[in-house]
Design a protein around this ligand. Structure first.
Ligand code: SGN
Ligand code: CA
Length: 524
């Protein structure tokens, strides 16, 4: 049977509509970036990229977070400027390096009178909110709604401060933080675009998992990093740290939850009770899980390398179980957006305040400019009109988030911000980009005793200067030594590279205006 329509010439408007529908994901055309996209900025605390399956590691499967990589983009070279919590958050809010925003370390109080991206978005008509970890001491500014965990926050039945009022919320922190965030989204003003900062406490020390996930990690055996037994030759600052799994820096009771009422376990934290905030039901499951592990530990009484490897496995089980909750909740948030038709006009960002050592060099914690803690995961699902998909390889840094959000919202990026807008990268357009990163860490002396240092990283090399109570330079060739085990600083064949890197480092310090230390000039 022939169709009457087939003899007629095609109506060009009809054809246009068909093509537009074929090439758009949904809603508006993809070549027109959404004007004021919603921004959902998810950040965790201390989540190393090694614990995200999209980054190609097998420690844990993270299907929720991986969705951002498969549906959006994954940054393969994402870094921070100062690998520690409060400072990192201040950098993200202001788009400026620590010396310029004043938040040098965790003991400083953030000056909330400063210009931040939430303030500028709010002025431009956005509704802004932050839920979860804040850790900047001063009260949040620039938010229509804030509901934050005081200080480091608690994993179980945590206290929140909602717009100045303290309330205890029953439940596990990662779930509860997400509940509050989704509740805010559900009740927001639908006339305005939103910017929501959903900032989790997890997986910060002391890595207390949700009771729901304890059992599933118990039997797992994790691959030990090849430099777990690093002896720190020719790396004086690395040798002086106190973030070692092998040493008592990682405590069997405090960090690894082995609690013995008879006091047979040596611990600097005998007073610590992991269950102190739990309700009866939570405490029961917790004890049922940890008591047998403690008994087995006491029976077998591992020593030396055997003890160190036992500690590593114990650490991984708890750390990764905390990530399981994070991942489930990222999935929950994405499902909420999709169910509410927000997929096409919302930028979803997943990152951490910094990376973390998962046994590399024998460590936990962060702070150093070495790769595992200098890097931070960064994945995004993009609103309509941003066509980049898959890996982005440019050297990006957490100073760039502010500029990116503002630029995407059509707001001029203030000149005082140090970061670059990633908007063109997200559109898949060619764009000039930086070829070197600047880093500066200040918190010394401190419990983990990582010395003050600053440095430069290019694609190939990393040059670090440890200063204050020492004066030590380190050079790494990342192509040949990605684990940063061989400090090449004294090798004559690298002298020319060192000279060049010192010049570039000085230039970066001048460009960013970092005069906070008496900078060792090049070739001195
Ligand atoms: C706490 C932790 C440290 C951690 C800092 C900073 N100790 O002091 O291990 O390095 O926070 O972390 S704890 O015993 O209190 O867990 S940060 O992510 O907030 O910068
Ligand atoms: Ca942190």
């Amino acid at each position: 049977m022939s169709c009457k329509m087939s003899k007629r010439p095609y109506n060009p408007i009809f054809l246009y509509i068909i093509f537009a529908l074929m090439f758009s994901r949904c809603g508006p055309r993809t070549d027109e970036p959404v004007k004021q996209p919603n921004i959902l900025f998810i950040m965790t605390d201390d989540h190393g990229y090694q614990a995200i399956s999209a980054y190609g590691h097998n420690l844990i499967q993270t299907p929720g977070i991986d969705r951002l990589a498969t549906e959006g983009v994954i940054f393969r070279n994402s870094f921070v400027t100062n690998s520690i919590c409060g400072p990192s958050r201040a950098v993200m809010l202001t788009g400026k390096h620590s010396h310029a925003n004043g938040m040098l370390n965790n003991t400083t109080e953030f000056d909330g009178a400063q210009l931040t991206f939430p303030k500028l978005l709010r002025q431009a008509g956005y509704q802004t909110a932050i839920v979860g970890k804040w850790h900047l001491k001063s009260e949040p500014t620039g938010f229509d709604y804030w509901n934050i965990l005081p200080g480091q926050g608690q994993y179980y039945n945590p206290d929140f401060i909602e717009m100045g009022e303290k309330k205890k919320v029953e439940g596990y922190a990662t779930n509860v933080t997400t509940d509050i965030a989704l509740n805010w989204l559900e009740n927001r003003d639908l006339e305005k675009p939103f910017c929501l900062l959903l900032h989790h406490k997890a997986p910060h020390r002391t890595w207390q998992p949700d009771t729901a996930h304890l059992a599933s990690f118990l039997k797992n055996e994790y691959p030990v990093p090849e430099n777990f037994f690093d002896q720190y030759e020719n790396r004086e600052a690395a040798a002086a740290q106190k973030l070692s799994i092998r040493a008592t820096d990682m405590d069997i009771q405090y960090d690894l939850k082995m609690q013995d009422p008879e006091g047979r376990i040596e611990s600097r934290f005998q007073w610590m009770d992991h269950t102190s905030r739990m309700n009866e039901a939570q405490r029961e499951v917790w004890k049922k899980h940890y008591d047998p592990i403690t008994e087995k530990f006491l029976r077998e009484n591992p020593e030396g390398d055997e003890l160190y490897l036992w500690k590593y496995q114990r650490y991984m089980q708890d750390y990764l179980a905390c990530i399981r909750s994070v991942d489930e909740n990222v999935g929950r948030v994405l499902d909420y957006l999709d169910k509410n038709g927000l997929e096409g006009n919302t930028l979803v960002v997943y990152t951490s305040d910094q990376g973390f050592y998962l046994g590399e060099h024998g460590w936990f914690d962060k702070r150093f400019m070495y790769e595992e803690s200098f890097r931070t995961p960064l994945l995004m699902r993009l609103p309509n009109g941003y066509d980049k998909r898959g890996a982005i390889n440019q050297l990006v840094q957490n100073i760039d988030y502010s500029a990116t959000f503002l630029d995407m919202a059509g707001i001029q990026v203030p000149r005082e911000m140090h970061g670059l807008s990633m908007k063109n990268l997200l559109s898949g357009e060619e764009t000039p980009w930086r070829d070197a990163l600047y880093y500066h860490y200040y918190e010394f002396p401190n419990e983990h005793m990582v010395k003050k240092h600053y440095g430069i990283r290019t694609d190939r090399y990393k040059l670090i200067h440890f200063y204050d109570d020492i004066d030590v330079w380190e050079l790494y060739d990342l192509e040949h030594d990605p684990k940063e085990m061989n400090n090449l600083i004294d090798l004559p064949e690298y002298a020319a590279s060192v000279d060049e890197l010192k010049l570039r480092l000085t230039k970066l310090q001048e460009e960013y205006g970092d005069t906070s230390v008496e900078i060792k000039r090049a070739i001195d």
